[in-house]
Design a protein around this ligand. Structure first.
Ligand code: CO
Length: 134
């Protein structure tokens, strides 16, 4: 069902410091920060040859990553995103298998303008999974 690893999202308490680490220490290509107010995050994209990382920092009052950073004060991996061909079909298969889909189960438009769903981390060995229709 799942295809390419689209991105790994890392919640960070200090976006500037994290950008510098990936750009200067690790030598990756790093974007300027991009505010995504509808998603409650400011994001820095780190382009790698085979995938990308998204450094996430809370934006606004109801950021979905605020609670995560409150629990993980030093930052940490927040989710992984895998591509699927047909998100409705993927959702139906996952639900039939007993997986919990977050947020009511209907795909919504994600940070890249494509339909996404999030899957409960307890059903995936402690990792929040995002699937995106590529
Ligand atoms: Co994501």
């Amino acid at each position: 069902m799942i295809g390419k690893l689209n991105h790994v999202a890392i919640a960070v308490p200090d976006l500037e410091a994290a950008s510098a680490t990936y750009r200067d220490t690790l030598g990756a290509r790093v974007s300027d920060p991009v505010d995504l107010p509808e998603h409650g995050v400011t994001t820095v994209f780190v382009d790698l040859p085979n995938t990308r990382l998204e450094l996430l920092h809370p934006l606004g009052e109801d950021s979905p990553i605020a609670a995560f950073l409150a629990r993980n004060t030093g930052g940490g991996i927040h989710h992984m995103c895998f591509e699927v061909d047909d998100i409705q079909a993927a959702r139906d298969t996952l639900v039939a298998d007993g997986a919990r889909v977050l947020g009511g189960g209907e795909p919504r438009i994600g940070a890249h303008g494509k339909p996404v769903l999030f899957l409960h981390p307890r059903d995936f060995h402690g990792c929040l999974i995002e699937i995106e229709q590529a």
